[in-house]
Design a protein around this ligand. Structure first.
Ligand code: ADP
Ligand code: ASP
Ligand code: MG
Length: 404
């Protein structure tokens, strides 16, 4: 089958029955030239509401039931959208992840897609109706429902596009493309006509939630052309460029940030070989993603060991600390959840030493204190107070003149 397009609609795009009716019109227009497969998110705010509800009986709800619960929002929007299309005279059918056999690993809340039953998809495509598939979720070998992490509907869409060899995957959202930073934080941010795969991997990897990092990784691996555009306004959006990995002309491609971070410090640990692995090993076994890591210079055989995690994973830490306690001595654990990370992304980082000093000077001039710094080939991440985050994003965006 030729010319298949996958269209994914995010939470705000299906946020009300009026929006759903509008989305039905977008789908209807696309069906004139292509076979369309639709992937939907839950109506905006719904996943948050379900997460809150899950804490009714325990702050650490059963993981299987948690995923079973928070995956339900997408079922509602998929069925409503099918009804909206039917009312426009277009036959449509909603499908849950299990109905299309979208199999995942069994890590609840951060499951990874393993495969999609291609024969089943083929059959669905041969039927004369628009398939609407629930995003964000899958099913394990044993038949349990899993979810793919926040923002995971993007990944469902790209994975389905890869499975059916779609011509393109269109991610419809509430902004009209990918910008040099979040346009809701910096109104002067510049919309990009296209962005290199390398640049998008870094922006999403550092927190730009406009598209989930795993979706970008999938697009890169399976060479799926992905476009990000608005369901609220007309326009061609931003293409993620699969071929051109040459960002040489853009010294800094964008500023990304992560708001919801926690800093953890083990104080006065023994400054001996193996300490880092004794702390980080159990964290990794518990599937906690650790980012910026700093070990201070040792004084009299003792040192402080600090790292950041996503605040959503803090409850997992409580389970790991007793394991760490068995293998190392330390004085205290300090937990600070009032921090955030801001990252400057671009090839300029690797080739121009001046980027760091320019960033630090600009932040200092605006009284923004730097907590920790980590750099890689094409990004620099700075840990700051959460209160300073939006200001820092604006200051750095201005300093590197990204609006131009
Ligand atoms: P959806 O519900 O459609 O998946 P999201 O809220 O997950 O939408 O993602 C869209 C949001 O991503 C935008 O409203 C914007 O605030 C944010 N965003 C962050 N970084 C960027 C960026 N570089 N370009 C565009 N939007 C961004
Ligand atoms: N509904 C899910 C979430 O809010 C998935 C998504 O929107 O992509 O994270
Ligand atoms: Mg999203």
């Amino acid at each position: 089958m030729k010319n298949i397009i996958v269209q994914k609609f995010g939470g705000t795009s299906v946020g009300s029955t009026e929006r759903i009716a509008h989305v039905a019109k977008i789908i209807e227009a696309a069906t004139k030239n292509s076979k369309v497969i639709v992937v939907v998110s839950a109506m905006s705010g719904e996943t948050d509401r379900l997460i809150e509800l899950s804490k009714s009986f325990s702050s650490t709800p059963n993981k299987r039931e948690f995923d079973a619960l928070i995956s339900t929002g997408e079922k509602v929007s998929a069925s409503l959208l099918a009804m909206a299309l039917e009312s426009e005279g277009i036959s449509a059918k909603s499908y849950s992840a299990s109905q299309v056999s979208l199999r995942t690993t069994s890590q609840f809340s951060k499951a990874k897609i393993l495969d999609i039953d291609k024969q089943r998809m083929q059959k669905i495509l041969e039927e004369d109706n628009v398939p609407i598939i629930t995003g964000f979720q899958g099913i394990t070998e044993g038949g349990d429902v899993t979810t793919l992490g926040r923002g995971g509907s993007d990944t469902t869409a790209v994975a389905i596009a890869a499975a059916v060899d779609a011509k393109r995957c269109d991610i419809y959202t509430d902004v009209d493309g990918i910008y040099t930073t979040d346009p809701n934080v910096v109104p002067s941010a510049k919309k990009l006509e296209q962005i290199s795969m390398e640049g998008m991997l870094e922006l999403s990897g550092q927190g730009a939630k406009v598209i989930q990092i795993r979706a970008v990784e999938f697009a890169n691996k399976y060479r799926v052309p992905v476009r990000v555009l608005s369901s609220f306004s007309e326009g061609t959006g931003t293409m993620i460029n699969l071929d051109d990995n040459n960002m040489e002309d853009a010294e800094i491609s964008g500023i990304a940030f992560q708001k919801n971070q926690t800093k953890v410090t083990f104080t006065a640990v023994e400054d001996t070989p193996g300490i880092a692995s004794k702390i980080l090993g159990p964290l990794s076994d518990a599937d906690i993603q650790v980012d910026v890591i700093v070990q201070n210079v040792g004084i009299e055989g003792k040192t402080d060991f600090t790292f950041t995690i996503d605040s959503d994973e803090k409850f997992l830490l409580d389970r790991v600390v007793p394991i760490i306690q068995e293998s190392i001595n330390y004085k205290d654990i300090l937990i600070d959840n009032k921090i955030a990370k801001v990252s400057i992304v671009g090839v300029g980082i690797r080739s121009h030493a001046g980027v760091a000093s320019k960033a630090f000077r600009a932040l200092a001039e605006h009284n923004i204190n730097i907590g920790m710094i980590s750099t890689s080939e094409i990004k620099m991440t700075i840990v700051i107070a959460k209160n300073d985050l939006e200001k820092a994003v604006r200051v750095l965006h201005d300093e590197f003149e990204l609006e131009k």
